[in-house]
Ligand binder design. Structure first.
Ligand SMILES: [Ca+2]
Ligand SMILES: [Ca+2]
Length: 142
């Protein structure tokens, strides 16, 4: 009986994870003259959108955006130096930017966290100045 219960729980977890990530391609765009698709728009099962883009047309995705069903941004990431690794991450609550995370040396690990109020006011900056992921610098502005 316990075994079956575990299997059912696993199935529910799997189904939840799958449905949360299920998305349907609704648009492909070619914005350069190389003939390659460089922007994809997906409709999520919850009604939100996912946009992926190759903004420098090198064939590697360097922009990602996720919105909720109302069109509010939830999450955004950018590969700002086009090295194939996302390095700048934007987190939103109710469509308003609340936190920005940056991997400033492109080692795949965040080393700067910027906390934002009302979408524009920087209230705190945290850094890992030696890039070990541990915060060793904090500056508060409010
Ligand atoms: Ca690219
Ligand atoms: Ca880093």
């Amino acid at each position: 009986m316990i075994k079956y219960k575990n299997i059912i729980i696993l199935f529910i977890l799997f189904f939840t994870a799958f449905s949360a990530f299920s998305r349907e391609l609704i648009s492909e765009e070619i914005r350069s003259n190389n003939g390659r698709v460089d922007r994809w728009i997906y409709l999520k099962s919850d009604g939100g959108l996912i946009v992926e883009a190759d903004n420098n047309f090198d064939g590697v995705i360097d922009y990602f955006l996720e919105t909720d069903a109302s069109g509010n941004k939830i999450f955004e990431s950018i590969d700002s130096n086009f090295n194939g690794v996302m390095d700048t991450f934007f987190y939103y609550e109710n469509g308003v930017l609340v936190r920005k995370e940056i991997d400033s040396n492109s080692d795949g690990q965040i080393d700067m966290w910027i906390y934002i109020e009302e979408g524009v006011y920087v209230v705190r900056i945290e850094r890992s100045t030696n890039n070990d992921g541990v915060i060793d610098f904090v500056r508060r502005y409010r």
